[in-house]
Design a protein around this ligand. Structure first.
Ligand code: HEC
Ligand code: HEC
Length: 311
């Protein structure tokens, strides 16, 4: 059979014409289809992003709404369990960004928060969810605030390479810690007891306090480059200001170096430990996963014991 099919056949003139005609028809069809693909590529892209947002909505309702609320107002049925409240997404204010103060975060910033979580808080990292789910939910989060449709995030703040550690660098950091008035909020020893600390509120009206900087991890993690970004970009929505305009790269690294010197070995906790409100966060995630949204009424959450707080 195979041998027969491969054998060249003598063709008639009529067959040649038919082949030529078929080729012309195919060519026209091909051009036509290229034309339609070109002209319809924008709506197809829009369709794809609509599907992504729709998928993100499913992920959000299954994994996030229990804390952040169906409408993204930060008032889900488990929200009241946490001293550090789930974010209200409607104003588009996000703390942990790689972008300058006042800018929206990038998609990657949001993906990093969803993946790694925010240490010490109920916002536990969901690296266990497939990346496609995490990417989709990031697109859905952006629909809660009109800012994302109206603005583009500014470009990332460049983190220059860290200068070598030295006594001078650390001494410069101590000087800046005082001059830039970090101590007003974080206190002379960095434990969060500065004169401005009492009664502090965030932009959503919730009580907040300057971090105790003598522990690692901090909310954003332990990496010096993360601490650099916090100082350079500020934490939008919280009283923590941005120093990106007033300090240069060397000065910010000097501050990071000084802050590192405040951390004793006993205060460097294993990143694998559950810290602060993380335990309660996992409990909510697990119970919610087990029982489904309809089973878990607010009453169940209210009967849960409050978790002891590390700080
Ligand atoms: C158990 C409660 C809980 C669940 C479930 C939860 N979060 Fe959060 N989330 C929080 C809390 C608490 C904060 C605020 C932390 C802070 O301000 O330091 C937060 C903050 C955030 C932020 C703001 C980060 C920033 O830079 O300001 C994003 C984004 C976020 N959550 C996304 C999600 C997504 C997406 C999901 C679902 C996959 C989710 N969260 C599930 C509790 C939760
Ligand atoms: C007006 C008060 C105020 C000043 C001034 C201030 N901070 Fe903060 N800072 C805060 C608050 C409040 C937080 C906690 C934010 C949160 O967790 O939501 C914070 C958090 C931080 C964090 C921890 C971020 C994390 O990942 O948990 C670092 C690091 C930090 N500040 C460094 C500094 C340095 C360095 C300076 C001076 C250059 C400074 N802060 C000045 C109020 C302040």
């Amino acid at each position: 059979m195979i041998g027969k099919a491969c054998r060249p056949r003598a063709r008639s003139r009529g067959a040649d014409v038919r082949v030529a005609l078929a080729a012309v028809v195919l060519l026209l069809l091909w051009q036509g289809s290229v034309g339609t693909i070109r002209s319809s590529s924008a709506p197809e892209g829009a369709q794809a992003s609509q599907n992504l947002v729709r998928h993100g909505r499913d992920v959000y309702l299954a994994h996030c709404a229990v804390c952040h609320g169906e409408s993204g107002d930060g008032n889900g049925m488990a929200a009241h369990m946490f001293r550090i409240r789930p974010r209200d997404f409607r104003r588009g204010l996000l703390k942990f960004r790689s972008t300058p103060s006042g800018s929206l975060p990038t998609d990657d910033d949001l993906l990093q928060t969803v993946t790694q979580g925010i240490r010490w808080t109920g916002m536990v990292g969901r690296a266990d969810l497939p990346e496609s789910d995490r990417k989709a939910v990031v697109q859905y989060l952006k629909t809660f605030s009109p800012r994302f449709a109206a603005e583009r995030p500014a470009s990332r703040v460049a983190v220059p390479p860290a200068p070598p550690k030295s006594r001078n660098l650390m001494a410069e950091g101590l000087r800046l810690y005082r001059d830039a008035e970090c101590a007003k909020c974080h206190g002379d020893r960095g434990i969060g007891d500065g004169p401005s600390a009492p009664g502090m509120k965030d932009d959503w009206g919730w009580p907040t306090r300057p971090s105790d900087l003598t522990w690692r991890p901090l909310k954003r993690g332990s990496a010096p480059a993360e601490i650099y970004l916090t100082i350079a970009t500020g934490l939008s929505g919280s009283p923590m200001p941005s120093y990106g305009d007033s300090l240069d790269g060397q000065e910010i690294w000097a501050l990071v170096s000084y802050l590192e010197s405040l951390v004793s070995i006993e205060h460097r906790l294993s990143p694998l430990r559950q810290l602060g409100e993380e335990q309660a966060g996992w409990m909510v995630v697990r119970m919610h996963g087990m029982m489904g949204p309809s089973m878990m009424g607010p009453g169940i959450m209210r009967r849960m014991p409050r978790m002891p707080m590390m700080r």
